[in-house]
Write a protein that binds this ligand. Structure first.
Ligand code: BTN
Length: 299
């Protein structure tokens, strides 16, 4: 198990949550659920909110803490990619959760649903989902989720958070294991068109770019946390049906399409849906395959 990529040492001190965000968060009150204790660490710039949240989780930060930054100098996306995070252009947030084992397989699916729902409630846009949790408007990627888990080392007991480390990225249905002690859910949402690298700009869209007007960023952050806490609570209470139904409703346009993925060589099939564990079901010439992790490309 590898240690977290960075620690909090050397990072600027957190500052108070700006009023633009503090006011809608305060109005949300108990709707924030697991986040209602409002332990939010706010930064101007950090390398990656996920790295900072992982380091804090290792040191025992409680469930529901969140690290939020106005910019990231080394934002990370899924599959080892960078996540372009210019100042003020997006929402960059990492939440610390300590889920029960039964909630793990659908956690990243639930996070994608929560982000799509939050964007809809805060802006009126109606995002779609691509497995497992990419949030799209049309062909443009609006938001993404990076889930990273920390597990206990052999010999470590539940009360110790001094050892262990952040496991590599896991996605879809393969966040599992009784020895998992926390999950950092990192969420990046493109709010305004920005000077992204050309490869990102070609595929990305943003809320304000879609709407042609500015939005209430505080409301967006608040709705994200409200929606994430509600969907998380459903998983905790073993009520996964709502998450699955919502994911399936938002992903209909991406199903029935050809996909390609790597499994010791490129494989081809047609995406059919997800099963109740969140695994992508793909029809191939050999039958239906379950994909639980890795990159799936829509072709
Ligand atoms: C993806 O590739 O779709 C996932 C992108 C996740 C980006 C967010 S921004 C906040 C958090 N910190 C990071 O370094 N990454 C995640």
């Amino acid at each position: 198990m590898s240690p977290p990529k960075t620690t909090h040492r050397g990072t600027e001190a957190p500052r108070p949550v700006p009023n633009e965000f503090a006011e809608p968060l305060a109005r949300a009150g108990d709707r924030l659920g697991v986040f209602s204790h409002q332990q939010f660490l706010w930064y101007t710039t950090v390398p990656s909110t996920n790295d900072l949240a992982g380091a804090l989780a290792e040191r025992g930060a409680r469930e529901g803490c969140a690290v939020i930054a106005e910019a990231q100098s080394a934002g990370r996306g899924r599959h080892g990619r960078a996540w372009s995070s210019p100042p003020g252009a997006g929402l960059y947030i990492s939440t610390i959760l300590r889920p029960p084992t039964h909630a793990l397989s659908l956690l990243t699916i639930a996070a994608g649903v929560a982000v799509a729902e939050a964007v809809q409630s805060a802006t009126g846009l109606d995002p779609r989902l691509k497995w497992p949790n990419d949030v799209y408007i049309g062909e443009g990627k609006l938001a993404g989720v990076l889930a990273e888990a920390g597990s206990m080392d052999d010999g470590e007991d539940d009360s110790s958070h001094e050892r262990g480390g952040a496991d590599p990225e896991r996605s879809g249905a393969d966040l599992h294991g009784p020895r998992l002690k926390y999950v950092v859910l990192g969420i990046g949402i493109n709010i305004m068109p920005a000077a992204h690298p050309p490869d990102v700009a070609a595929k990305a869209t943003s809320i304000e770019g879609e709407l042609g007007r500015s939005i209430d960023r505080g409301l967006l952050l608040t709705e994200c946390l409200v929606s994430l806490s509600a969907r998380y609570e459903e998983l905790r209470q073993k009520r996964a049906d709502g998450v699955l139904t919502a994911w399936r409703a938002r992903s209909a346009a991406t199903l029935g399409r050809k996909v390609e993925w790597d499994a010791g060589g490129a494989r081809l099939g047609v995406a059919e849906g997800i099963d109740d564990t969140g695994a992508l079901l793909v029809r191939t010439d050999q039958g239906v395959e379950r994909i639980i992790s890795g990159e799936v490309r829509w072709i």
